[in-house]
Write a protein that binds this ligand. Structure first.
Ligand code: ATP
Ligand code: MG
Length: 449
């Protein structure tokens, strides 16, 4: 099913007919564009930067395409590093900001000497065949990602019909969609990400193969998938992304154990917790508050962890050891698909391991626990669990009240109950509604991991 591009191409949209001004491009990217241009090279802004500016959105980063070879780019900038194997790129660094400069490349057919290296399944392993700007446009993924803003004349260049698609709100793969997904299955995840993030629709031909090609994700190195997953869930539309991944049957190839739990779904439990965690992430990103992926992964893998731990406990392993062992198993299985760097898997484990410890609410333990560096994240996680779990809800109430107390009150609240008091009957705490459960004096919940 070839995507049809109905207009005659290429199109040059002169400066007065589009909304991209130099003022809306980062000063550093403009600097790089001019340095390349002044050295006699072709230099264009391309990809998400152009797309987002045309949509009136603020771009996340600015990518530059040029006819200068990576070594030539390297010579022009002192603050430049060459990176990448699959694609050789130049990174020009300005403090925190990195401007990526890529040499125009062609989407050439494979062959020993072509510079394209393919796996037996058609995936492109390395792709360093240089080409002209038009060839560069055709090897990009979606038409809306293949628009160029040329610093020589401030015009937008469109070789693939991206402008018309942008105006129609369509995400369309360039070329034959199934073939383009086979070449690089990550394009499936990118399609989902752009739908969620940009609020555009998938062109029917681009959408059709998605449902049946999820298995291709198995071939992607788990470390690359981790990068993509971060982008998927950290772009402020995690809930919609999650729903789309499940809709296109891609989610299970990323989180197989979670998918198994979701498809069995008892009492909507795993979904409730997950959806709350995703909503929490979106909310925090909207408010410009920090989000730690460890918290989100803790939620994504919580139900597989619980199932595994329950199995071990049924075999006689004690609660804490079962949790530890289950964490090993779950992390091991998950890492076969999506590698979780230790800087995330360690805090994730700590959040999990603190959950049973949060049930110890008498004596000195709660006082000590509340000073632990990971306590805040563990408490926030308990709040997530509270929505679907009566016991967790009571516990969350207790901790919320506790956090609102001064030191003397805290000591009072953690006195063990005496026999006599217990005989009289412990005063039962009624579960409050969600809105009242969050104590005013307690800090707002959120993954401050
Ligand atoms: P974002 O807003 O997330 O940065 P982006 O489109 O700029 O979106 P990048 O990963 O920065 O995404 O990639 C820059 C450009 O490189 C894309 O717009 C696209 O033209 C091209 N590109 C990226 N990944 C692929 C891919 N897997 N296949 C083909 N082209 C790609
Ligand atoms: Mg980009």
């Amino acid at each position: 099913m070839e995507s049809r591009i109905p207009i005659s191409l290429p199109i040059l949209i002169p400066r007065p007919e589009h909304n991209i001004s130099r003022a809306s491009i980062s000063a550093n990217a403009v600097k790089v564009l001019y340095r390349l241009h002044d050295a006699g090279h072709r230099a264009c802004l391309v990809g998400g930067g152009v797309r987002d500016l045309l949509l009136g959105r603020e771009p996340k980063d600015f990518d530059i395409a040029t006819d200068a070879r990576p070594e030539q780019v390297h010579k022009l900038f002192r603050n430049c590093r060459l990176i990448g194997r699959r694609f050789r790129l130049a990174h020009v660094r300005f403090g925190q900001e990195i401007v990526e400069v890529a040499t125009f490349r062609a989407h050439s057919e494979e062959g020993e000497s072509s510079g394209v290296e393919r796996a037996a399944d058609g995936r492109i392993l390395s792709d360093n065949v240089y080409g002209n700007i038009e060839e560069d446009a055709w090897r990009r993924d979606f038409t809306i990602n293949a628009l160029y803003y040329d610093i020589a004349n401030f015009a937008v260049l469109d070789y693939v019909g991206g402008m018309a698609d942008l105006e129609a709100g369509l995400i369309r793969l360039i070329g034959d969609p199934a073939q383009r997904y086979h070449e690089d299955p990550v394009r499936m995840l990118r399609a989902v990400r752009f739908v969620a993030k940009l609020g555009l629709r998938l062109d029917p031909a681009t959408e059709a193969p998605l449902h049946r090609l999820g298995h291709l994700l198995e071939q992607i190195p788990p470390a690359r998938l981790f990068d993509e997953i971060l982008k998927l869930f950290m772009s402020g539309c995690a809930i919609q992304t999650f729903e789309l991944l499940r809709h296109y049957r891609l989610f299970g190839w990323l989180f197989p154990a979670t998918e198994r739990c979701l498809s069995r779904q008892q009492q909507h439990y795993p979904k409730t917790l997950l959806v709350r965690a995703l909503a929490n992430t979106d909310q925090r990103l909207t408010e410009d508050r920090p989000v730690n992926p460890a918290f989100l992964f803790a939620a994504l893998l919580w139900e597989p962890l619980r199932e595994q731990a329950r199995r071990l406990q049924a075999d006689g392993v004690d609660e804490y050891a079962a949790l530890q062992e289950a964490a090993d198993v779950v992390i091991r299985e998950q890492s076969q698909r999506v590698v979780l760097p230790r800087r995330y898997s360690l805090p994730m484990r700590e959040i999990w391991e603190l959950q049973p410890r949060l049930t110890q609410i008498t004596g000195k333990r709660p006082l000590r626990l509340a000073t632990q560096p990971r306590f805040r994240a563990a408490y926030d996680f308990l709040m997530l669990r509270a929505d679907a779990d009566e016991q967790a809800a009571e516990l969350a109430d207790w901790w919320t009240r506790f956090l609102g107390m001064n030191e003397a009150e805290r000591i009072q609240a953690t006195q063990p109950v005496t026999r006599a008091q217990a005989k009289k009957g412990k005063p039962r705490r009624r579960r409050k509604s969600r809105s009242t459960r969050q104590d005013q004096s307690a800090p707002p919940p959120g993954p401050d991991v």
